[in-house]
Each structure stands twice: as C-alpha cells, then as structure tokens.
Design a binder for this molecule. Structure first.
Ligand code: ZN
Length: 464
C-alpha cells in the first residue's frame, strides 16, 4: 500500500510540474534579450571610474519586475557610485546552487576608431554594436534572460540559481574580492559557478570546439630594479645600473621554462588531435610523451597559445634607464609579465628566477599578489550538462578545456571551494572576438543573443 501511495505521489508530482512548466515564446524572449542588451550597453560603466551602481540598479529593476529578489551591495566599500549586485532564484534546495557571474564594468573606448557610438546600443547589419557586447554585457544579459526564462517556464529547480554582477573586473578585480570577503555567507551553498573565460573556437565560419575554461594562469608580475650612482655619461663607471640590469635580463630572456602538462591541457590537446594528421596527431594525442621528443617539442611550442598553456611564461615588457643620453641614472628597472601554471608555487618560481639572474644587486619587487590557484575538476554534473547542451546543437563538435592564459575573477570565487568554469554562450568568429574584445567596433551577432539564452537555459535545466 505504502509503495502504491508513493507511486501515486510521484505521478501527481510529475503531472503538476508538467502543468507548471509553461511553454516559452523564444522569439519574444530573444527580442527582449536584444533590447535589454542594447539598454545595458547604454549604461556607461567605463572603468575607471566604473559607475557600476548604475548597472546594478538597471539589473535590479529587471529582476524586481520578474519577482526575483535582488540586492545591491558594497556601495561604499569599492568607491563612489560603485557596487555589486546579488540575486537568487529559489529552487527546492535538494541540491547545491549554481551561480552565474558577470562583471558590470567595461574597458575604455577610443571613439575616433569606432564606426558607431560605442554606448548607444546600435543594432544594424545583423549585429548589436557597443562596448561590452562581447566583454561581457552580452553574456550578462544571456545569464539574466536564461534565469528569467527558467522562472517563467516553471521548470522545477533542485538547485537555486544565483546571479551576481561584480564591479571592477577590468581594473583591479576589487568588486569580486570585496563581495567574497563581505558576503561569503551568500555563497556557502554554491557548488558551481559560470563566468567569462571559456572560448568556443570558430574559424572561417566553422565551429572547431566548445571550450569550457577549467583553469587559468596565475598573474605574477615582477619589477626588477638595480640601483647605482648617477654621473656624467662621458666618463663610464662601474656603478652604472643599466649594464648590470641588462646582463641579468639577458639571462632571464634566455631561460627556457620547463614544459609541464596539466590535466585540462592534456585533455584539450588530446581532444583536438583528430583535427591533425600523421605524427602531429600522435603528438597531440599523447602530449606528455611528445614533449620529450625535440621535434614535437618545437612544433608544439611554435604555437604561441600551446606554448603558453604548456609552461610558465615570462614576457619582458617594460624597460627604464636614464632619460638623457649623457646621464648615467641612479636606477635602472624593468618589468615582466609572468604567467604561472595553476600548480606552480609563485615563491618557488621567484627563487628560480633569482638563481637564473644570478646577481644580488638585482632587486625583485612583486607587482601583483597572485590569486588562488584555479584548477576546477572536469568530471562534474555541470560539465556533463554543458556537454549535453552543446552536443544537441552540434553532435560532431567536441566539448573541451582550452586554458585561459589571462586572468579573470574566477580564482576569487574558487577560493571558497566553488567549482568555477569559464563558459562562452556565443559562437563568435575568432578574428572578430580578438579584434572587438577591448578593441574597436566591438559587436555581437544578433543571432548569438538568442543562441546564448537558449543554450544557457538548457545547461541550467540539465544541471538540475
Ligand atoms: Zn571580461
């Protein structure tokens, strides 16, 4: 009897949840998403100064209208007219929450190089144009609309869906840092988080892979300084700091960091191997063995992206000596952009660099505190949900794990133990992505807006 009653209850639950699930008008939702994105682009959040409070109010107004509780936080902690936004769509709580995170700020523009007003939200020629359309107001509106679509559809939720808008990602990342510091309690039940840092690769109109970012490099910028005694350039001295610095820099420049294959890099190169032929295919399929073969090593590292995901990298970028030809300066300095693999210990790497430079007169000054190491597991319900939604769209396209070589807010959240993925909801031609992001004439195909909302909506349903 008891079993019959349980079955009846289950049946009843299935019927009611189906009745609750509303059919969605996707054409109307896509249109709404496009207009919302156009309006969001008009909220100028160029950072500095940011003014993300305006963006937070814009998003909160939409969430309020949908009956999704939203709160604006940190209105004083990050600076004037700055803020973070937090909202939560409640589920039944039987599983842990999934968070959608975006940054509300954008990088500055050089309007003279744009063919449209970068803050007008212009829609023309099949594109929506404007600063942030790619990075990352487009994705923010996809997140917002996917969550709203879930709410409107009445899909039963086992996991709450959390929506966060952060300030200051493009400048110092203070928004996310402040949010995690002050409101960790709001995130204690969050298991998964999705934000920027994934990349679906499209070349010549062909989708090569769906890319989920599970790790990123640690930014470890260093300044090196040598001090000397200033004097007239006509009489060379041993106390000139410039040649001394140059010798140390030459040693650093010649230094080849070891190749080291992380699990997501191994998976990524293995996944793309079938796109190559002959020995190259074999090298990619087993990259741990390939890095021991000189010819394979050269081929792999000639690709600047693969080189950057296979090792710690050092780019010497800034040099400062005297500001006058005939003056020996009191100080010479250089700066280097160092990016470490997620399992490298920064202190150990610095010790190696000091040993290579081999001069105690060279002083090393840390320019940026390394964030928490980011390496999220691949074998998860969220990864499988992304795979399912991706394969429904393109059954023969792989879902893989290209590493992000730059920095995002993800490590800040990963520090709380949250599994964080870089997720890209769009199919943007590679060239367009790289010229538009932080560049001029940033734009997103109108078709991508609708594609993104439905894609993320499916991922959110499948991870339940
Ligand atoms: Zn961004």
């Amino acid at each position: 009897m008891r079993r019959t009653a349980a079955l009846l209850l289950l049946l009843l639950d299935m019927i009611t949840s189906r009745a609750r699930a509303q059919a969605l008008d996707w054409t109307a939702i896509n249109d709404e998403a496009l207009h919302t994105l156009a309006d969001y682009i008009k909220v100028n959040t160029t950072d500095p100064p940011g003014n993300e409070l305006d963006a937070a109010r814009f998003l909160k107004k939409i969430l309020d209208k949908e009956g999704i509780e939203a709160t604006i936080y940190d209105t004083t902690a990050i600076g004037a007219n700055r803020a973070n936004l937090y909202a939560r769509l409640k589920g039944n709580g039987s599983k842990k929450a999934v968070a959608l995170v975006s940054h509300m700020d954008v990088v500055p523009v050089a309007p003279a190089f744009w063919s449209v007003d970068p803050f007008a939200g212009v829609v023309k020629d099949g594109y929506i144009w404007g600063r942030g359309s790619l990075d990352m107001k487009g994705q923010a509106i996809v997140q917002l609309m996917a969550m709203i679509a879930i709410k409107r559809s009445g899909v039963p939720l086992n996991r709450d869906i959390v929506f966060i808008g952060n300030a200051d990602e493009e400048f110092g990342g203070e928004g996310a840092v402040q949010f995690v510091k002050s409101h960790a309690d709001l995130l204690k039940d969050v298991e998964f988080l999705m934000t920027e840092g994934g990349e679906n690769l499209v070349v010549d109109g062909k989708l090569k892979y769906y890319g989920v970012g599970v790790s990123e490099k640690q930014t470890f910028w260093q300044k090196v300084v040598v001090t000397g005694v200033p004097s007239h350039g006509s009489r060379p001295t041993k106390q000139n700091p410039v040649p001394r610095l140059v010798v140390a820099l030459a040693r650093i420049a010649r230094y080849e960091t070891p190749l080291h294959v992380l699990p997501d890099v191994q998976k990524f190169l293995h996944d793309i191997a079938p796109q190559y032929k002959g020995e190259q295919r074999a090298w990619l399929a087993d990259v741990r063995s390939a890095v021991k073969i000189p010819r394979a090593r050269k081929w792999l590292t000639d690709n600047i992206y693969w080189n950057a995901i296979l090792r710690n990298t050092i780019s010497l970028t800034m040099l400062q000596g005297s500001n006058k030809t005939n003056v020996i300066p009191a100080e010479a300095s250089a700066q280097m952009d160092i990016r470490l693999l997620s399992d490298t210990d920064p202190a150990e790497f610095l010790a190696t660099l000091k040993r290579i430079a081999n001069d105690t007169a060279v002083h090393w000054v840390n320019q940026i505190e390394p964030k928490t190491k980011l390496q999220s597991p691949i074998d998860t319900d969220l990864f499988r949900a992304i795979e399912k939604a991706s394969h429904e769209r393109n059954p023969n396209v792989i879902v893989t794990t290209p590493m992000f070589t730059a920095a995002s807010d993800r490590p800040t959240y990963r520090a709380l133990g949250i599994i964080t993925y870089g997720f890209d909801p769009f199919l943007v031609e590679n060239e367009e992505m790289h010229s538009g992001m932080h560049g001029n004439n940033e734009r997103l195909a109108v078709s991508n807006v609708g594609f993104g909302v439905k894609y993320l909506y499916d991922v959110l349903r499948y991870v339940q």
